[in-house]
Design a protein around this ligand. Structure first.
Ligand code: ARG
Length: 471
């Protein structure tokens, strides 16, 4: 390879070129690579390391190269290993010796760290936009289902009644945290490694404050060894993505269960379901299953980057170029999964009557019978025990707490009066739960109000986001 030509007597073998190179899968970094080069060369010009005319010519040519890359006029070659050297080779082919000045005071080590940070910042904003769309869909559905009562579960056993809005808002909170977690990763990523050079900084008088500002970073990194060997942004981003997949996967599991014949709490749209090749009656929730399945892939990407990073000494080591495929795969997978999920959930119909019907078995209001006695002066533990016996009686006699006669109730406690039936109605059970984050209309409405504010603020933030002003 001509770049290393001074030191090497023999040409690299084709198999090693192929093995070393990343150019086959990193064309999406060209935009960021050229952005970084433009900031670098502006810095070189500003500091008099190259002349202003040279800097301008290099910038102009880099812009032309980007256009040609985008219109697919440039073919990359594994002979130049990666995006950095392919771009530089193109520059030198076009403007000769002046092009050879671009790499002054720079190394591919700070370049590849920089490219990935710029790319990650943009991708974080894209994933946040997908999440925002999801949160908006869920809030709209929640508003329409404040009084859609359904069983809440623990251990997948009916536990206490809630509303569909309450259920959806649980996921809204998870996705809000995901959104904020991404914001934290953005914050930690927001320091420019440019100027770290190979590992020890450089003797050229680079103005790192200036280049970091041009690129839209908060400031330069504080240590050059860390600048080139840090991949926390990759690990942190994939970790955020993995947690998103955990949340999507749990949601999908419930979609599979709730859309099954036996539950029938929701109905998926035909557009997001599939049939069976042999069983004509089937309508399968394949999309939900596939999202659940794809979580495994993203967790694999997580393990891959952690394992790559865990044993390598400072500073740059070639192992680190294994960061890219895992990262790209995780990002592509998660974006696709949220997008499909958004289509699926927004076309899903809650089957309100079935949900309500399901509240009428499983002794879902048993806690409320105990609370009834407690409110009339009995200790909760005594009340709990009595209601346990009442439930056992109901099971033996095929009755429910709603249709047990007053006589029967009275055999357990004199405290029971006719108001018990009203007190344990499903609506009352839900509407009584007015604690913060509870299922009552009152609690739900104030939750929805706070989420609406979050949405309003963050939609504005997303709209005003711009990586920098280079392009
Ligand atoms: N293509 C490499 C990567 O992605 C960058 C090369 C870094 N430097 C080196 N000495 N090999 O990590």
């Amino acid at each position: 390879m001509q770049y290393f030509s001074g030191r090497f007597k023999e040409k690299a073998s084709n198999s090693i070129l192929e093995f070393h190179s990343t150019i086959q899968f990193e064309d999406k970094l060209a935009y960021y690579d050229i952005m970084g080069s433009i900031a670098h060369v502006r810095g070189l010009g500003k500091q008099g390391i190259v002349t202003v005319e040279e800097a301008e010519l290099i910038e102009k040519t880099l812009r032309e190269i980007l256009e040609d890359i985008e219109s697919k006029k440039i073919k990359f070659s594994i002979e130049y290993e990666d995006i950095h050297m392919n771009v530089e080779k193109n520059l030198i082919d076009r403007i000769g010796d002046i092009g050879k000045k671009l790499h002054t005071g720079r190394s591919r080590n700070d370049q590849c760290a920089l490219d990935l940070k710029l790319y990650i910042k943009d991708e974080i904003k894209k994933v946040q936009s997908y999440l925002m769309e999801l949160i908006e869909i869920l809030i709209k559905m929640a508003k329409e289902n404040v009084k859609t009562y359904m069983p809440g579960f623990t251990h997948l056993q009916k536990a206490q009644p809630i509303s569909f809005a309450h259920y959806l808002l649980a996921y809204v909170e998870m996705f809000k945290r995901d959104y904020k977690r991404l914001e934290n990763t953005f914050e930690l990523t927001n320091y420019s490694p440019l100027g770290s050079a190979a590992l020890a900084g450089t003797s050229y008088p680079l103005d790192m404050e200036y280049t970091s500002k041009v690129l839209g970073f908060k400031g330069p990194i504080a240590n050059s060894l860390d600048g080139v060997s840090d991949r926390d942004h990759v690990m942190s981003f994939i970790s955020d993505l993995s947690i998103i997949m955990v949340h999507l996967s749990r949601f999908c599991e419930e979609i599979v269960v709730y859309s099954s014949n036996d539950f029938s709490y929701i109905e998926l749209s035909d557009k997001f379901s599939t049939g069976s090749s042999i069983m004509p009656q089937k309508k399968n929730p394949d999309a939900a299953e596939l999202i659940r399945g794809k979580s495994g892939r993203v967790f694999g990407d997580m393990m891959s980057i952690l394992t790559t990073m865990k044993g390598i000494p400072l500073a740059y080591n070639k192992d680190m170029q294994e960061d890219k495929e895992a990262l790209f795969d995780a990002i592509d997978t998660v974006k696709k999964c949220i997008d499909v999920f958004n289509g699926m959930i927004s076309t899903t119909k809650p089957l309100k009557e079935n949900m309500l019907k399901a509240c009428h078995d499983g002794f879902i209001n048993a806690t409320d019978v105990a609370d009834y006695l407690t409110n009339k002066g009995m200790s909760f533990r005594d009340a709990y025990k009595i209601v346990g016996s009442i439930v056992a009686y109901c099971i033996d006699n095929k009755k429910t707490l709603d249709n047990l006669s007053m006589e029967e109730y009275k055999t357990y406690s004199e405290l029971f009066e006719n108001d018990i039936y009203e007190e344990i109605s499903i609506e009352k059970c839900v509407e009584k739960r007015t604690t913060i984050g509870g299922p009552s209309e009152k609690s739900i409405n104030s939750h929805i109000e706070s989420v609406d504010k979050f949405i309003e603020k963050e939609v504005e933030n997303l709209k005003s986001y711009k990586l920098n002003d280079i392009f």
